[in-house]
Write a protein that binds this ligand. Structure first.
Ligand SMILES: [Zn+2]
Length: 297
C-alpha cells in the first residue's frame, strides 16, 4: 500500500521546537515506509494568521533539509469545496444550521475537555434570526479506533462534543472539516501529529464515515512541554527556531524522539542525521508517555 504522510502547520507564527519535532517525526515515519511526505499550510483561519509565517515555515524546513514531495498545498486556495460539502451534509440531513451564540451556549451547554457540549437546541429550529453555523448531527454511538502509538481509543461524541461545528457562524470552515477533506483529497494514508489532537480524532473519524472517506492510520505523539508542563506554543513563550544552530537543534529533536545519535554523527548535516534516524526510527520508544520535557537550551 502506498504511504502518503504530511505535515500541516497553521501559519500562526514561525515553527518552534515542538512543531518542528512533529514535522521531523512525520517525516521519519513516512520515509521509513518509503512514502511521500507532503507539506500543507492550514491557512483557513485567516484572522489568526501571521503575515510571513507560511514563508518562514518553508524556510525553516529547508534549513533543516526536510524536503517535501509535491507542491505545497494551501487550504485557502479552494475555500468553496468546504462549503459545498457542508451544504450537501445539510441537504442529506446529516447536518443542520445553528444560530446559538456562544453566550447562549455558555448558559445551557455543559463544559468538558473539548469546550462546550452542544445541547441540541437548533436540531429542529426552522427560523433563524442570527448568522448561522453548520453542525453535524451526532448520535450516541461509541466510536472506537486504534492509534498506532496510544492504542485503543473509545469515545462517545454525544458525551464529548454533541453536534459539532463544521462551518462557523462567520462562515469559516472548522479545522475538523478542512483537515478531513484535505487529507482525503491529498490521499493521505498516515497522520502523525501531537497527542493534543487525539480527542479531535473521533470527530474526524465520525466525519469520514458520514462522507464515505477511508480513515487513515493515526499516530499521536507525546507533545513537548516546558518546565511548567505547558505545551510549547507561541502563547507559552516558545522561541522561534532559528537557522543558526541547525545541527544542534536537529540533535535535540532526535533525542526528544527517543533516538540517541552516535558520537560519530555529532557534526553531521541535518540530512545525514535524518538518513541515520530513518533507519533507527521506532515510535514505540515514545510509548506510554503523553509529554516530553523540553531541555533547557
Ligand atoms: Zn443552535
Amino acid at each position: 500500500m502506498p504511504y502518503v504522510g504530511r505535515f500541516a502547520p497553521s501559519p500562526t507564527g514561525p515553527l518552534h521546537i515542538g512543531s518542528l519535532t512533529t514535522a521531523v517525526a512525520s517525516y521519519l515515519h513516512a520515509k521509513k515506509a518509503n512514502g511521500e511526505w507532503l507539506l500543507r499550510i492550514d491557512d483557513i483561519d485567516q484572522p489568526r494568521e501571521k503575515k510571513g509565517a507560511a514563508d518562514s515555515i518553508r524556510k525553516t524546513l529547508n534549513a533543516f533539509q526536510l524536503e517535501w514531495d509535491r507542491d505545497v498545498f494551501y487550504q485557502s486556495s479552494d475555500m468553496e469545496k468546504y462549503h459545498e460539502v457542508a451544504e450537501k451534509l445539510v441537504t442529506f440531513g446529516h447536518a443542520f444550521r445553528c444560530s446559538c451564540t456562544r453566550k447562549e451556549l455558555q448558559k445551557t451547554g455543559k463544559r468538558n475537555v473539548l469546550g462546550i457540549k452542544y445541547p441540541g437546541e437548533c436540531r429542529t429550529r426552522i427560523n433563524h434570526y442570527k448568522p448561522t453555523a453548520i453542525r453535524v448531527l451526532v448520535e450516541s454511538d461509541e466510536l472506537i479506533f486504534i492509534d498506532a502509538l496510544q492504542g485503543k481509543q473509545i469515545n462517545n461524541l454525544s458525551h464529548l462534543t454533541g453536534d459539532y461545528i463544521i462551518i462557523r457562524s462567520d462562515k469559516l470552515p472548522s479545522y475538523n472539516l478542512s483537515t478531513v477533506l484535505d487529507d482525503s483529497y491529498q490521499g493521505v494514508t498516515h497522520i502523525v501529529r501531537g497527542i493534543d489532537l487525539l480527542e479531535l480524532t473521533s470527530i474526524h473519524i465520525h466525519l469520514q464515515r458520514i462522507l464515505g472517506i477511508k480513515t487513515p492510520n493515526y499516530l499521536h505523539l507525546p507533545i513537548i512541554v516546558n518546565a511548567n508542563d505547558q505545551k510549547l506554543s507561541k502563547q507559552t513563550g516558545a522561541p522561534a527556531i532559528t537557522s543558526t544552530s541547525v545541527n544542534k537543534t536537529a540533535l535535540i529533536i532526535l533525542s526528544y524522539l527517543g533516538l540517541q545519535t552516535p558520537n560519530e554523527l555529532m557534526g553531521s548535516t541535518p540530512s545525514e542525521l535524518w538518513a541515520w534516524a530513518i533507519q533507527n526510527w521506532d515510535p514505540n520508544n515514545l510509548a506510554n508517555q503523553r509529554t516530553i520535557k523540553t531541555l533547557q537550551v
